[in-house]
Design a protein around this ligand. Sequence first.
Ligand code: SD4
Length: 321
Amino acid sequence: ETNIPIVITTWSFTNSTVKAWEVLNNGGTALDAVEQGASVCEDQQCDGTVGYGGSPDENGETTLDALIMNGRTMNIGAVGGLRRIKHAISVARHVLDHTKHSFLVGELATQFAVEMGFQEESLTTSVSKKLWMKWHNEHHCQPNFWLNVSPDPTRNCGPYQKHEYSQHLLKKSHLNVDRFNHDTIGMVAIDQHGDIAAGTSTNGAKYKIPGRIGDSPIPGSGAYADNDVGGAAATGDGDVMLRFLPSFLTVEEMRRGSSPTDAAKTAVARIASHYPDFMGAVVALKNDGEYGAACHGINTFPYVVYDKKHSSYQIVNVSCS
Ligand code: SD4
């Protein structure tokens, strides 16, 4: 007996998973399940790392990255650095459904969203403002956007000092401290017709240099789906992960016969062999309903599954390498 339909979600984002399951259980498509599921996290600001009011960049602004992929048509929609629009994954869905393009970025992605009827609103909240203020007080080379003053004139703020965040990224210890800076929602779903979709939504990395895009909106990196095989989604240190296309590799390993767990392990191990200090995880779902995950750089990684065999969601805790 099959466990399809099924949805799996990175981290413990249960509300999103329940929403996606309701869509699937009502006969909805995998694409709708992923979009509506991730939208819940965008509304609820899951962990402060999805949606508005989290991860302010160097200028204090929150911008969003999202991807949705249709595993039947091998078509995607993605947005990067989306400004002033709350539902990034729905904008990505509009790119998928209503354009010949795949990926729109920045202010011009916002323009597209507005033309499609999305409401423009500030993504800054008192929480993201406070986060930014605290960080700013420790990094005096940043212009103070909120107080409308220039960088501290007593310091010599050259281009490298200005972007202290990227300097910090070079230090291992900083990555260790900042582990849970990164909790993107990634989802993979199979609907009653056997169609597979995958997607992600995130506000990226805290204090990023404006313009920085992580792994999440990049097809094959943040997520990937192919009806012939299955799907995968990733989360973690996006600056490193996007160099390895871990979601694509996971799907390709399953295509060659690996189990979802082994496929995800291969993708994670590939990154770890070059960057032993990276933090990240991959969830994988095969088109027969088998699922698994692998992770690196933290003790355990939780993900959520909701399938036809169970009457509720299950949280699975994976021990990481
Ligand atoms: C990023 N990968 O922008 C995102 C953050 C996150 O899991 O967790 N991703 O780097």
